[in-house]
Ligand binder design. Structure first.
Ligand SMILES: [Zn+2]
Length: 410
């Protein structure tokens, strides 16, 4: 997960200007993680005196960064207010490039999103459809009337910097995601950020989901294959080029099987719809996610009960649990969140999953086994994570100082 500047660098923001916005940055990030947090709670969390809180909130409201509403009274004490995104505050353009299709959305500090446009790829290659999506990004920027301050892209594939290397199932060639911002006026450069769906889904769980508050959390997404990310203090550890977390290509699998990535024995081939079809004796599915979702749903509802299907899901659930145990031995997380097809796999064969998990853990981990929780955000996780990535950008002291120059709060 990396960033790239589109246009020529602007004049630097001075150190004193950055310092002036640093507490504001902390407060806005707190409101992002906990929209509607009360003024009292926020001031406690940041250890701010009440006079300083009042001054800060006034300044952020004046700069159109923060909204404030009366909070419902709860018990004794002075009445307080709740903190929200300002209705005219900065926005992030989120581009969602998922297997099934694409979307362009606008999102605010508090995690509210609205869709600008959506479409399908057809049989096109990225060089053909990215310019179409770029026009939609330009439209989103126009719609925002100058409020859009960053573009964050979610990709269901491998990303390094702003380059798309591999897209899960579609066999796309390499492409530069930088073309997504090429239609924007050079006078309003927007930073382009990109990350893969597993990383960004993990970021969303750490910021606002099931892993909130965990110092070290592991996130696992099963879609076509399996990816994930380790989050330390809510920051994804994505390696030097942003391409880390390719857990699916660890050799937890069958060494006889060759993975499309070029390696043998990848875990990827053991835990998704392709694995279910192989174990069941079905041909490789065109859409492994749809295949897995249908089969697991049918099994859970009792629509089908053939022993081959039951056996297939038990093998897959076991291999998913066992691989996660290996990652627990590696990373020692406080907890694990799972998303995509993974919760369905676990719920369809909980005993097999748990057997794989427990048996794979080193003894000392079994005494205090890290909990595996279903992700809170479901399929929206990656988009919300991209929004968080964009919010980090637009609430940086440097970005706030620039925004402040445009508003009365500067
Ligand atoms: Zn592989």
């Amino acid at each position: 997960m990396m960033a790239r500047s589109k246009a020529a660098p602007r004049s630097p923001v001075s150190r004193s200007a950055r310092l002036r916005w640093s507490t504001g940055s902390e407060l806005l990030r707190l409101v992002h993680s906990e929209p509607g947090i009360t003024r009292t709670e926020a001031s406690d969390r940041l250890s701010l005196a009440s006079g300083a809180t009042t001054e800060l909130i006034e300044r952020l409201r004046g700069a159109r960064l923060l909204g404030e509403h009366p909070a419902p009274r709860s018990g004794p004490g002075r009445p307080t207010t709740s903190l929200h995104a300002h209705p005219l505050g900065p926005l992030v353009i989120v581009v969602d490039l998922r297997t099934a299709g694409w979307r362009v959305l606008l999102g605010d500090l508090a995690g509210e999103t609205s869709e600008v446009e959506a479409g399908f790829y057809g049989d096109e290659q990225p060089a053909q459809f990215l310019p179409r999506i770029a026009r939609s990004v330009t439209r989103a920027a126009e719609q925002s009337r100058g409020r859009a301050r960053a573009v964050a892209v979610v990709v269901a594939g491998t990303v390094t910097g702003s380059r798309l290397l591999q897209f899960a199932t579609r066999g796309w060639s390499e492409a530069d995601l930088g073309m997504l911002t090429e239609g924007l006026p050079a006078s309003s450069p927007l930073r382009l950020l990109a990350g893969n769906d597993a990383t960004l889904g993990g970021l969303a769980e750490a910021r606002t989901g099931a892993a909130r508050g965990a110092r070290v959390a592991l996130h696992i997404l099963v879609a076509v294959g399996v990816g994930g990310v380790l989050l330390v203090d809510e920051q994804p550890m994505t390696g030097a080029r942003g391409a880390g977390g390719e857990y699916g290509h660890l050799p937890f699998g069958d060494p006889e099987l060759v993975c499309p990535c070029g390696a043998r024995g990848c875990w990827d081939l053991m835990v998704d719809g392709r694995a279910l079809a192989r174990h069941r004796g079905d041909p490789p599915p065109d859409d492994p996610v749809a295949y897995a979702t249908r089969l697991l749903g049918d099994l859970t509802r009792g629509v089908i009960s053939d022993p081959a299907a039951r056996h297939a899901i038990e093998l897959v659930a076991h291999d998913l649990g066992a691989g996660i145990a290996g990652l627990v031995n590696l990373h020692d997380p406080e907890l694990i969140t799972i998303a995509g097809v993974a919760p369905l796999i676990r719920h369809a064969a909980p005993e097999a999953f748990d057997r794989g998990y427990q048996n794979g853990l080193m003894t000392f981990h079994r005494r205090e086994t890290p909990a595996i929780l279903d992700g809170l955000h479901g399929d929206e996780g990656p988009v919300l994570g991209a929004l968080s990535l964009g919010v980090d950008e637009i609430t940086s002291p440097t970005a706030l100082a620039r925004w402040g120059e445009l508003t009365s709060g500067g």
